[in-house]
Write a protein of this length. Structure first.
Length: 185
């Protein structure tokens, strides 16, 4: 498959850019990155976003680290899959799980294409969509929020309004060696 990829970054009103992008093997984390484009001519492709959680300390460090570790692992021949995402959590906890960076965290979404298949992984609330030529959007990722857990358990209903507290994240990569497993879709 041939992919035409367009990407950009803008930190918005935040004091620092906390979101990192991985396009092929290059990591971007810039306050402002004008729209850029590239074409993938059928070779294996990995795209990822790490969205540093603003309420955590030094979120820009963790989002960059996670994607740099991901890019390095892929360059070394590791398979871009859920197992690799879980290994990123361990690297994160080891590197930043102490002192002023303890508890820093990020969500992640990754799309990996090989041959004629595409695989999607996410932890947190970054969304990945498949958009067909007719303009129809299909969400491929899953938002790991408390509300979605309530919905899955039949304790809340889709389409109803709930207080903002219910949209709290239940899953992310966290710089804390004591954090147990996280949800990965």
């Amino acid at each position: 498959m041939i992919f035409d990829i367009s990407f950009c970054q803008n930190k918005g009103s935040s004091s620092q850019q906390q979101d990192a992008l991985l396009i092929h093997h290059e990591v971007f984390l810039q306050a402002t990155l004008p729209v850029a484009q590239c074409r993938n001519h059928g070779e294996d492709l990995v795209l990822a976003v790490a969205d540093g959680i603003a309420s955590s300390p030094q979120a820009q460090l963790v989002s960059r680290l996670v994607l740099e570790q991901l890019a390095g692992a892929i360059a070394a021949g590791e398979t871009p899959d859920g197992k690799l995402v879980r290994q990123l959590q361990i690297a994160l906890a080891y590197r930043y799980g102490r002192d002023k960076t303890f508890g820093t965290s990020t969500t992640i979404a990754m799309q990996a294409s090989t041959d004629d298949r595409a695989y999607v992984y996410n932890a947190g609330d970054i969304r990945i969509y498949h958009i067909v030529a007719a303009g129809v959007w299909q969400q491929l990722s899953h938002d790991h929020t408390f509300l979605n857990t309530l919905i899955a358990n039949g304790e809340a209903r889709v389409g109803e309004e709930y207080a903002s507290i219910y949209y709290i994240l239940e899953s992310a990569l966290v710089a804390d060696p004591e954090v147990p497993d996280f949800q990965l879709h």
